[in-house]
Ligand binder design. Sequence first.
Ligand code: PGA
Length: 253
Amino acid sequence: MAANWKMHKTPAETADFLARLIPLLAPAAAEGAPERARVCDIVVAPPFPCLPAAATAARGAGIELAGQNMHWETHGAFTGEVSAAMLLAVGCRYVILGHSERRQYFGETDATINRKLLAALNAGLRPIVCVGETLAQREAGQTETVLREQLERGFLGIKATQAPPCILAYEPVWAIGTGRTATPELAADAHRYLRQRLARLWGDSAAAACRILYGGSVKPDNIRGLMAQPELDGALVGGASLDPQSFAALVDF
Ligand code: PGA
């Protein structure tokens, strides 16, 4: 269950969020753990300046951190960018790549996402790679073509041996921040298609092991229906992840 905070919260607000979230969560599953032990991985992606505060506040709570983006180079004259090593140094184990807002507002392409993906894997970060169609593309019957192209171009050159850390997020653009969630069946269809394409790239077992998250207006009141679909392995959540009660309800659905 991954929280994408986008451009929300200061370091103080981040610390406050985690201080309120942690007591709400069931303890992480461990040997001999109580019945209600948590069985899912939790990832929070705050803005870059909040990562050190998040690392301190989340210590020992079984919550992992993600960057919301990164550059593919290790260092250099790239004003405004951060590297994989910088994310690792402030406690990230994950990085979100190719979010539709990055594609839409900041000119990211499948080719740049592919460079970032290779750099993230080389550095030892777990990438959460986002794909998804716009409303116009869905209405024009292009959903599968768009997903296939984003997947094949984004994962170009990534071998089956590099697959295990990779996480895919299906985020239909028309469902992001709109309150218009994909129906569980529609999300499941897209996930099934993505997994078939992954199997073509990596073979059946690597594809079966890849987690595919759904994202787009996931809320406490629709999470159960979505997660009842076996094709959905988790969720990437924007708006509903900003409040500790709401995010805890998603984690403990
Ligand atoms: P949303 O955002 O949950 O606010 O729709 C999801 C996302 O963009 O990852």
